[in-house]
Design a protein around this ligand. Structure first.
Ligand SMILES: [Zn+2]
Length: 625
C-alpha cells in the first residue's frame, strides 16, 4: 500500500474538516481493509470508492490509494464544499455544515480522466491544477515533452504580451519545475502521463524544446539524412524538426526510436503512461521506395509500437504506450495488428473537428475516403472524424481514448463558455456508444473565464455520465457567484454563448449573417447592461465569489470590444476590425495580473489573431487547425 498517498488524503480531510468546523471520526484505506468487493477490471487504474458515514463516524475506502483521496474530496463536496476553480480562492465553503450521513458506492464510468498541460503556464498554475483535478474526479496528469519547456517559457517570457517585458527562462528551470510537478502528481497517487512530441528529435540528438524553426545549418546533417524523402528531397521539413517525419522503414531509425522509448520507460518507473508520437505535421511522410512498399503508411508505426510492446513484455514493464491514429496514420493498416493491447492505449485526436456539434450516439459514417499516400485531408465534421475511429476499432481491441481540444482554442471564442461545455458533456455521454474509455483534455491550464463550467463538465461527466448538465451548471454558478445570481447569470452566459457562436466564428458552420449579427448585438447589449449588477457584487464577503465577480468585470470589457470587432468585420471594415481586436487583446494583457489564474492572455491573443475564420479574406480553407 502507498502510505504516502493515504496519509496525504488524511491531511486533506483534516484540513477541510477544520474549515467546515466539523469533527468526524473517519477511517481511510483500501477496499481490502474494509472487506469490500467490487468488480473492477484493473484496480490500479480503475477508480472506485465506498463512503459510509453515520453520525460523523465511518470510513472512506478506495479501489486504490488515489481513489481514497477522490473519496475524501467527494465526501467534502457532499458536505457543502465546491471546488470552483484551480488557484487562489478557488474553493467555496458553505456557511454552515450539517455533515449529513452518507452511503455512496461508485466506480468511475471512464477509466482515463486525464488533464494535459498546454498554453502558457507558471509553475504555480500547474501546481494549482494538479491540486484541483482530483477534487473534480480526474485521475491523471500529462506532462508533454521531456521538460515541458515550451509551456513555461511562453509564460515566463510573456510571449505576445503588449504590457509585460519578456523575462528570462532556462532549460534548468523547466527541468526543476517538471520535477516539482511530478512530485505533486505522485503525492496524490495520480497517474503520470509523459512525453509524446519529439521522439523523432531526441532519439537523434535534436532537442524537443518546441515547434520553432531552426536554421538549416544548425540541424545536424545526420538528422537531415534520415528525414522523410518528400518531393524528391530528403531533409528536415521546413527546418522544423518537431514537425518532420523520418524514413521509418530505415532499420536504424526504427531501432533508435524503439530504444529511446524503452530507455525512457526504464529510467522513469514513476511514469504510468508514455506517449509515442511521430512528427507533428502531415502529408510530409517518406516517399522512398522502401517506405512506399506498405499498403498503408500506418504499418511503419505499428511495426515500431509492436517492437516497443515486445520489449515491455520481455522486461516485465507495466508502463502503457499511447499511440495516435491521426493524420497519415488515420487509415488503419490492412495487414498488421497491434500485438499487445494490454500495454497500449489507442488515442483518437480529432484536432480539426468542429466544436459546434457533439459526438453522436453511433457511428454515422463507416467508410473512409480512398487511401492516398501524403493525401490526407483533415476532416472537419464530427462524423467524418469518427469514421477513422471506427476503422481503427475494427483492427484494435484495446483501450481507446479521445484526446480532445474543447478547451484549447475554441472555448476562447465562446464568450459564455456554456456551449463548448455542453458539447464536451454530450461527447462524453456518448463515449460508450463509440467504444471510448476515457478522455485526455489537451487544454489551456488557465481556463475558468467566465467560469469553470468547461472543466467541471468534463471532470464530472467522466466520473458519472448520468450527470445532469443544467443542475451541475446551476450548482457551480451558485458556489461561484452566489445563489441569488444564478438565474441572472444563466441568462447572461447563455446570451453570450449564443452571440459568440464558436463554430461560425471558426468558419466550421455556415453563417446566417442577419441571425449572427442579431445574436452578437444582443450579447454586446447584455455585457453593457450587466455592468451595474457586476459592480454591485464586487465587494461581496465570500472571497471565492468576490474573485469571481472581479474576473467577470474584466471579462465583459474584453469581450465587448471583441464583439465590436466582429461587427466591424461584418461591415467589411477590416482596419477597424483589426484595431478593435488588438484593443481587446491589450485590455486582456493590461488586466493580466488580475485574471492570470483564469485566463491565458497569450492564448487569447493567439486565438484571436489566427483562428477567427468567418468572413476572413486572409484565411484560406486549408487553415482549419
Ligand atoms: Zn523512407
Amino acid at each position: 500500500m502507498n502510505e504516502q498517498v493515504i496519509s496525504f488524503a488524511r491531511q486533506e480531510l483534516d484540513k477541510y474538516l477544520k474549515k467546515l468546523n466539523v469533527k468526524a471520526d473517519l477511517s481511510l484505506g483500501l477496499f481490502a481493509s474494509f472487506s469490500i468487493e467490487m468488480d473492477l477490471k484493473d484496480p490500479y487504474r480503475d477508480d472506485a470508492y465506498v463512503i459510509c458515514v453515520k453520525n460523523q463516524k465511518g470510513f472512506i475506502a478506495g479501489s486504490n490509494e488515489r481513489s481514497v483521496l477522490l473519496g475524501v474530496y467527494r465526501l467534502l463536496e457532499e458536505w457543502g464544499i465546491t471546488w470552483v476553480r484551480p488557484g487562489p480562492n478557488g474553493t467555496h465553503y458553505p456557511k454552515t455544515c450539517s455533515a449529513p450521513d452518507l452511503d455512496i458506492r461508485e466506480a468511475a464510468h471512464k477509466r482515463h480522466r486525464i488533464m494535459c498541460i498546454e498554453g502558457a503556464v507558471s509553475l504555480e498554475n500547474v501546481l494549482d491544477m494538479v491540486e484541483w483535478i482530483p477534487k473534480l474526479g480526474f485521475n491523471g496528469y500529462y506532462i508533454q515533452f521531456t521538460k515541458g519547456h515550451e509551456f513555461f517559457e511562453r509564460w515566463y517570457t510573456h510571449q505576445l504580451s503588449t504590457v509585460k517585458e519578456p523575462g528570462e527562462f532556462t532549460s534548468e528551470e523547466a527541468e526543476s519545475y517538471v520535477a516539482q510537478v511530478t512530485a505533486a502528481i505522485k503525492q496524490r497517487g495520480l497517474l503520470l502521463h509523459r512525453m509524446g512530441h519529439g521522439w523523432n528529435c531526441t532519439a537523434f540528438g535534436v532537442p524537443d524544446d518546441g515547434w520553432h524553426e531552426y536554421k538549416y545549418e544548425d540541424i545536424p546533417q545526420s538528422f537531415h539524412d534520415i528525414c522523410a524523402l518528400v518531393n524528391g528531397e530528403r531533409k528536415c521539413w521546413n527546418n522544423r524538426p518537431m514537425e518532420t517525419q523520418l524514413c521509418y522503414s530505415n532499420p536504424m531509425v526504427h531501432d533508435k526510436l524503439v530504444n529511446e522509448v524503452i530507455k525512457y520507460t526504464e529510467e522513469h518507473p514513476e511514469t504510468d503512461v508514455v506517449y509515442f508520437w511521430l512528427g507533428d505535421w502531415w502529408n510530409n511522410t517518406c516517399e522512398c521506395e522502401e517506405c512506399m512498399k506498405v499498403e498503408r503508411y500506418a504499418e511503419h508505426y505499428v511495426n515500431m509500437i509492436n517492437s516497443i510492446g515486445d520489449r515491455l513484455v520481455e522486461k516485465g514493464l507495466k508502463t502503457q504506450i499511447v499511440f495516435s491514429t491521426g493524420t497519415n496514420r488515420a487509415w488503419p493498416p490492412l495487414n498488421k495488428k497491434i500485438k499487445h493491447p494490454d500495454n497500449t492505449i489507442m488515442m483518437f485526436a480529432p484536432i480539426t473537428r468542429t466544436y459546434g456539434e457533439s459526438f453522436p450516439s453511433k457511428f454515422n459514417i463507416t467508410t473512409l475516403p480512398p487511401y492516398k499516400h501524403n493525401g490526407f485531408v483533415m476532416p472537419i465534421t464530427v462524423d467524418d472524424n469518427l469514421a477513422y475511429l471506427y476503422a481503427w476499432k475494427q483492427v484494435y481491441q484495446g483501450d481507446a481514448i479521445d484526446f480532445d481540444y474543447h478547451l484549447m482554442w475554441d472555448h476562447i471564442l465562446d464568450a459564455g463558455g456554456e456551449d463548448i461545455a455542453r458539447v464536451a458533456h454530450e461527447d462524453i455521454k456518448n463515449f460508450d456508444n463509440l467504444g471510448l474509455n476515457g478522455f485526455i483534455s489537451c487544454q489551456l491550464q488557465r481556463n475558468a473565464f467566465p467560469s469553470s463550467i468547461g472543466m467541471t463538465s468534463i471532470g464530472k461527466t467522466l466520473w458519472n455520465h448520468n450527470t445532469n448538465f443544467e443542475k451541475m451548471k446551476r450548482d457551480l454558478y451558485a458556489a461561484t457567484f452566489g445563489e441569488d445570481a444564478v438565474d441572472t447569470l444563466c441568462e447572461y452566459f447563455g446570451t453570450l454563448s449564443k452571440g459568440f457562436d464558436n463554430a461560425v466564428i471558426r468558419r466550421k458552420k455556415d453563417m446566417h449573417p442577419a441571425q449572427f449579427r442579431a445574436n452578437l448585438e444582443a450579447a454586446i447589449k447584455a455585457m453593457d447592461e450587466i455592468q451595474p449588477y457586476i459592480e454591485a457584487h464586487l465587494n461581496v464577503e465570500d472571497p471565492c465569489q468576490r474573485d469571481s465577480w472581479k474576473y467577470l468585470a474584466v471579462h465583459r470589457k474584453i469581450y465587448t470590444v471583441l464583439g465590436q470587432s466582429f461587427l466591424a468585420r461584418m461591415d467589411g471594415d477590416y482596419d477597424k476590425e483589426k484595431a478593435l481586436r488588438k484593443q481587446s487583446q491589450h485590455i486582456a494583457f493590461e488586466n493580466e495580473d488580475i485574471v492570470q489564474p483564469v485566463l491565458d492572455c497569450m492564448y487569447y491573443a493567439h486565438v484571436t489573431n489566427t483562428r477567427i475564420g468567418f468572413l476572413n479574406p486572409e484565411l484560406s480553407n486549408e487553415v482549419t487547425l
